[in-house]
Design a protein around this ligand. Structure first.
Ligand code: HEM
Length: 246
């Protein structure tokens, strides 16, 4: 009589990052979309956001010009909705779902992989709560920056009135930077761009440099807001004139 296969049959576990495979139902598509949205458009937006804010290092005038440039785009709210908010919402909610399901991005658990796996989830979670708080304060409450770009510098400075708020900004910048940089590494491994252990190790060094670069730009930008004398953030009569003349 043939015996049933033993439940103790060892399962072969490959090392490294598991590629995204077709044939796993619609979750394959949703995971690919999660992976892709991390780069396009969210990653691109993150780069633009760090660069735009870095104009603060050139003073309030340069910062105002950059905000004016961005708010001058046609269909700004549509661009924000489809290019930023909905993709971030999808990536975040699906990210929490992946976390909840305990789906792994590494097939075995070497020490570093285990830590990186946890760090990718926790930095995503911190970034999520940071983004909700940050956008509520700067985009959806108080002076409307898109209408009054000259108020932007002072409004950001008002964010830094409390040491806890400064600390939360620093934490948000570190988490978003690390999450994106390690995300670049994951993406290259999953989509077959960095193949083999040597390419992945080298790409890993580049991603660490990218993370440090983002954190450094964020730190210098914060320093500029903190060391410039407080700028007015309530729109003046002049701002209103220039707005109505457009
Ligand atoms: C600052 C905004 C964010 C950016 C730029 C970003 C970017 C990325 C990138 C590029 C990846 C790699 C894609 C891949 O796995 O192939 C990734 C992965 C991931 N993200 Fe985000 N993300 C952001 C916010 C979030 C949030 C708020 C969460 C919510 C928890 C999250 C959860 C995850 C998870 C769980 C992974 C790993 C997926 C896996 O292990 O397969 N992300 N992210």
């Amino acid at each position: 009589m043939a015996s049933a296969p033993s439940s103790a049959t060892p399962v072969k576990v490959e090392s490294g990052v598991a590629p995204l495979r077709a044939g796993q139902g619609h979750s394959f598509l949703l995971r690919r979309l999660h992976s892709l949205t991390g780069i396009v458009p969210i990653g691109f937006f993150l780069i633009e956001h760090f660069v735009s804010n870095a104009f603060a290092t050139k003073g309030p005038g340069a910062y105002t010009k950059q905000v004016e440039f961005l708010s001058g785009f046609p269909f700004v709210v549509g661009l924000e909705l489809f290019g930023i908010w909905l993709p971030i919402l999808y990536h975040s909610l699906y990210g929490f779902y992946i976390w909840h399901r305990g789906e792994s991005n590494v097939a075995d658990y070497p020490w570093a992989g285990n830590w990186m796996y946890a760090a990718q989830r926790w930095t995503g979670a911190v970034a999520f709560f940071y983004m909700v708080w940050h956008t509520w304060h700067l985009r959806f409450s108080g002076v409307h920056i898109l209408t009054y770009p000259a108020s932007a510098f002072g409004k950001v400075q008002m964010e830094f009135q409390h040491p806890w708020a400064i600390a939360f900004y620093a934490l948000g910048i570190i988490c978003a930077s690390w999450h994106f940089a390690y995300g670049l590494w994951l993406f290259a491994a999953k989509w077959g761009i960095a193949q083999g252990p040597i390419a992945r190790r080298r790409w890993g060094y580049v991603c660490v440099i990218i993370a440090i670069g983002f954190i450094a730009v964020g730190a210098v930008t914060m320093y500029s807001f903190l060391t410039t004398p407080q700028q007015p953030y309530q729109p003046s009569a002049g701002d209103m004139d220039s707005f109505t003349m457009r």
